[in-house]
Design a binder for this molecule. Sequence first.
Ligand SMILES: [Zn+2]
Length: 192
Amino acid sequence: MPLRLTPPLKRRLTRRAQAMIGRALPYFPELRGKSITVGYTRKHLGSASIRYRKGLIVELVIRLRVRRLTYQTIGHELTHLVQGLARGDRRAVSSLHGENIPSGEKQCDLWTLARDQIFCDDAPTYLRLPRIMRERWPDYAEGVRALCRAAIEKRKSHRRYIRWLEEEIKKLAPASAAEKTAPAQLSLPFPA
Ligand SMILES: [Zn+2]
């Protein structure tokens, strides 16, 4: 798909970050064939916006803070574009499971994690997670992703599927933490 990199981004873009963006895009068939502008931001992890002219989408923009870039962030911003497309030109959208992704930050996190394991390289920003999960995210990524996928199913019959998801995520913490107890000589001198 046509990608335009803004000059401020180009100045900061590392080979690694560029490869990550290129690798992430094909996971978003909804954006296929659309021109996407990738810019730079220093304020947040990233941002996304859609520019319209006379009701038509003229530009899809994501901005990334290149430093310590994760697939989670790239995926989150691309998911925002898909959310935006669903509100705009509906005919152009054929999103995951044939359904639109609802708007909202938690929804964005949920659908990003559910989309593919590649986007689970860092903890989501907006979904409520027990602290231990943020500290040991790699131990929980797979379990949380499975719950996100379940939550998308749940949404068909439950309006409060986000609350359901966060409750289920909370339940995941103690059991997994117990399973993954580190050998004594490696344990830290303070409670986790
Ligand atoms: Zn967001």
